[in-house]
Design a protein around this ligand. Structure first.
Ligand code: NI
Length: 140
């Protein structure tokens, strides 16, 4: 059944839109709108999945970020210190002049694992955040 459609206007950096258009062309979407609807569905699914992260968890949080973004390096460090009870280790890779990658290994209560991931995602200058979690002692 067709649902009522709302029309929205979104401002995007040109390079972001360019990359998005490249992907939807490659994937054969009939329109930009269809690609955006699919991306939003994926975002919602990921959020729903995140909401289910609870109980004892091992977490792998990976992110890339622009280290020239003012205050970002300090904010990330502050977060790792704030969540010191679950932060076990981190690896930092300098990808290019401005871009860094960090992988943070977490272990503890799922809601804390989720909380640090959400806080990292909300920081300006953070580009790609992925959280993978494992329940200790359980087969996937
Ligand atoms: Ni770096």
């Amino acid at each position: 059944m067709d649902q009522d459609l709302s029309r929205i206007g979104v401002s995007l950096p040109e390079n972001l839109l360019g990359k998005f258009d490249e992907i939807i062309t490659k994937r054969g979407y009939s329109s930009r709108s269809e690609g955006i609807r699919d991306a939003i569905r994926g975002y919602i699914r990921y959020y729903d999945w995140m909401s289910e992260v609870k109980g004892e968890r091992i977490g792998i949080l990976s992110l890339t970020y622009d280290h020239s973004q003012r205050g970002l390096v300090t904010s990330l460090m502050d977060l790792e210190h704030e969540f010191t009870t679950i932060t076990r280790s981190s690896v930092h890779i300098h990808i290019s002049h401005d871009e860094c990658m960090e992988v943070i290994l977490l272990s503890g209560e799922g809601k804390d694992v989720r909380a640090i991931a959400e806080r990292v995602m909300a920081l300006k200058g953070v580009k790609n955040v992925k959280l993978t979690t494992i329940r200790p002692g359980q087969e996937v």
